[in-house]
Design a protein around this ligand. Structure first.
Ligand code: PLP
Ligand code: COI
Length: 354
């Protein structure tokens, strides 16, 4: 049934928590807006979505999410402009990617209108939760997980689709230091690396803990086969600038097809920056760091926006990136955030008014 034929019901909180939130000092994803969207999959179909107060979920211990990890998610942001209008950035890309992940994890796909109408209804109810200060936004987390029960190792027959939101500031605080990993792998050919599946992140936690203990923020993953090629970081795609060329690795079934990554590639071309999408070897990055042609490295993602990397480590050696007056990261970050916050013309047609 089309969502326009099924009303999205709204149950509002009795008392908003918004006054307890310090919007001038927001961390990332740790306080949650008053409401959430919930949509259940039962008897082979998605039921009508509901907006309800943000609340705990009660699940049977045999729910398959706990045992077999059928769980996928998305990350998006809502932005306020100076006129108090609300904007999303390429939301249909997130909806499509959620369904790419769903297919790979044998989860039923969510129809576009359930996702978009549900999201817009939720954002209207929780509009006050969208930060107005520059650099902050409402981080949106759509996710689907298996609620269906039983220890049989097979796809569940029931699922929940939820969207919850968190007013958020920057993902990283301070300088970003990454470690190029060559023992552990994030993903493999034929695996689930391209899906935004919960288990992809759980699998990164232990190697990342080891890197954090050495003073790094994130791991840069290399290919599982040879560990010779740079793939992506824990929560962002990676760009490398060698002299005046901006390079990022190609997407594959091991890498998340980042929406920020593909937007940055288009913006860079529009800015006249030479871009290359090709495999990047660890060896060329090390050589470029040594001869001074490695000018910049940065991560790109919804949460991370564009996060310049100050230092990268490889085989117990740390390499510091130079400070650049003509930083591409700074230029590209300004251009993309100006589009997101409706501060400039959007020639690409990416901005979406709520
Ligand atoms: N790579 C990984 C593993 C991520 O978790 C993310 C974040 O979503 C990205 C890349 C960047 O993707 P996007 O720009 O669509 O947020
Ligand atoms: C995002 O950038 O939206 C992500 O999903 C990364 C996340 C792991 C924080």
């Amino acid at each position: 049934m089309n969502i326009t034929e099924q009303k999205i019901s709204i149950e509002k909180v009795k008392q908003s928590k918004i006054n307890q939130v310090d919007f001038d000092n927001l961390s990332f994803g740790s306080v949650f807006a008053d409401h959430m969207l919930v949509c259940d999959y039962k008897d082979g179909k998605w039921e009508a979505p509901k907006v309800v107060p943000y609340q705990p979920i009660v699940l049977d211990p045999s729910s398959k999410i706990f045992h077999y990890g059928q769980s996928i998610f998305e990350g998006m942001k809502a932005y306020k402009d100076v006129n108090n209008d609300t904007w999303l950035f390429r939301p249909l890309e997130n909806q499509k990617r959620l369904n790419v992940s769903a297919k790979r994890m044998a989860i039923p796909e969510i129809p576009e209108d359930y996702f978009m109408e549900g999201l817009k209804t939720l954002l209207k109810v929780d509009e006050q939760w969208i930060p107005k200060n520059e650099g902050s936004s409402l981080y949106i987390r759509p996710f689907i997980f298996a609620t269906g029960q039983g220890f049989h190792a097979s796809p569940a027959d029931e699922y929940k689709f939820i969207i919850s939101c968190a007013p958020s500031g920057a993902y990283f605080s301070g300088k970003v230091k990454v470690l190029i990993e060559e023992k552990y792998s994030r993903s493999a050919n034929g695996g689930v690396g391209y899906a935004k599946a919960g288990g992809n992140y759980a699998g990164q936690f232990y190697p990342t803990q080891l890197a954090v203990a050495k003073g790094y923020n994130q791991v840069i993953w290399t290919d599982d086969n040879t560990h010779e090629y740079i793939e992506e970081a824990g929560a962002m795609n990676i760009f490398v600038r060698i002299n005046d060329t901006l390079i990022t690795g190609p997407t594959s079934d091991r890498i998340l097809d980042g929406i920020t990554r593909k937007s940055i590639l288009e913006i860079a071309k529009d800015e006249g920056i030479t871009t290359e999408v090709r495999k990047i070897t660890v060896a060329e990055v090390i050589a470029a760091a040594k001869d001074g042609s490695l000018k910049e490295m940065f991560g790109a993602g919804t949460a991370a926006v564009i996060s310049p990397i100050a230092t990268f480590g490889y085989r117990d050696v740390d390499y510091d990136l130079p400070e650049n007056e003509d930083s591409m990261a700074t230029k590209l970050k300004k251009r993309i955030t100006d589009i997101q916050y409706n501060k400039t013309e959007d020639t690409f047609g990416w901005r979406y008014k709520v």
